[in-house]
Design a protein around this ligand. Sequence first.
Ligand SMILES: CCCCCCCCCCC/C=C/C(=O)SCCNC(=O)CCNC(=O)[C@H](O)C(C)(C)COP(=O)(O)OP(=O)(O)OC[C@H]1O[C@@H](n2cnc3c(N)ncnc32)[C@H](O)[C@@H]1OP(=O)(O)O
Ligand SMILES: NC(=O)C1=CN([C@@H]2O[C@H](COP(=O)(O)OP(=O)(O)OC[C@H]3O[C@@H](n4cnc5c(N)ncnc54)[C@H](OP(=O)(O)O)[C@@H]3O)[C@@H](O)[C@H]2O)C=CC1
Length: 267
Amino acid sequence: MFKSDTFKGKVAMVTGGRSGIGFQIAKDFLLLGAKVIICSRKEDKLKIAAEELAAYGELSYQACDIRKTEDIQSLVSMIKEKYDRLDILVNNAGGQFPALAEYISDKGWNAVISNNLNGTFSMIREMANAFFIPQKQGVIVNITAEVYRGFPGMAHTGAARAGVENLTKTLAQEWSDFNIRINCVSPGIIESSGLDQYPQQIQDMFEEAEKAIPLKRFGKVEDVSNAVTFLASPMAEYITGISLFVDGAQHLGFDKMGLANVLKSFM
Ligand SMILES: CCCCCCCCCCC/C=C/C(=O)SCCNC(=O)CCNC(=O)[C@H](O)C(C)(C)COP(=O)(O)OP(=O)(O)OC[C@H]1O[C@@H](n2cnc3c(N)ncnc32)[C@H](O)[C@@H]1OP(=O)(O)O
Ligand SMILES: NC(=O)C1=CN([C@@H]2O[C@H](COP(=O)(O)OP(=O)(O)OC[C@H]3O[C@@H](n4cnc5c(N)ncnc54)[C@H](OP(=O)(O)O)[C@@H]3O)[C@@H](O)[C@H]2O)C=CC1
């Protein structure tokens, strides 16, 4: 859809770029001319993805757990040495597990909050201080999740993603002086590697769930990536502080209690 040189000369960082949605985002940035860096925790899988992505353009990778500030600082050093700049940061790394709220332990709650909220903030702060603020230019896109009416069955991620969405509104204002734009993309249910990790009892409900979404299907990884490349592009240069739903109107017309009800049947 975009011209193949839309991001020519730009350097883009995609967290969690080794799989699913992040992989598609990394691939699309490469196809649109950017130099791309991906990171995730599992180095073996990261290397395999990087080899595949290198067919589309200039790709670098480094293992990094976004919950560890020292890992992020090491990533900053690599980017400084290799490119001496960063133009785009896509915070896509994240995840959670389905559980009814009364069964979520402190450890489980903290794991999800630290992965999705704290890790995202640390990545934003470190990349902004190292690159975007001194450059007086940068674009950040945070992948959250559709949590408009809460997230029954995944209370921890609902809270974490709402936190990222509010952080985005704050930074859009605080960092406007630095010409930094920051937005969220809030996906509904997307057919990706991420869904394979859900228990079989939940996966068995997917066909029925698809029919209950107003657009009658789950999203594709390309649907999410299209929104990310748009928000990162000059076409969106007057858009900052928003959350863009990519969810087939799930936030308006899909009963998420279905997930909690399935969990009640086996938890
Ligand atoms: C009617 C049907 C309706 C259909 C509705 C469909 C719903 C689909 C939802 C679609 C929206 C979102 C989709 C996605 O996000 S897909 C991407 C998914 N990918 C992942 O989620 C990644 C996998 N998850 C994780 O890596 C982990 O969950 C976590 C994010 C927490 C990170 O884990 P970490 O490595 O830090 O932590 P540990 O594994 O050591 O665990 C720490 C404690 O967390 C608790 N825990 C972790 N996993 C589970 C689990 N599966 N079940 C219960 N509890 C869990 C636990 O307390 C851990 O401590 P202990 O191991 O010591 O007990
Ligand atoms: N698929 C869906 O329906 C939806 C997905 N989302 C969100 O979109 C994002 C991508 O999901 P999707 O592609 O489907 O799922 P995946 O599970 O395939 O992707 C998650 C990616 O994040 C990486 N990751 C997770 N935790 C960390 C961490 N602490 N540090 C660095 N990397 C990490 C994983 O790699 P590794 O394990 O090697 O670290 C993996 O590459 C996630 O945030 C997800 O929660 C939101 C709504 C719906």
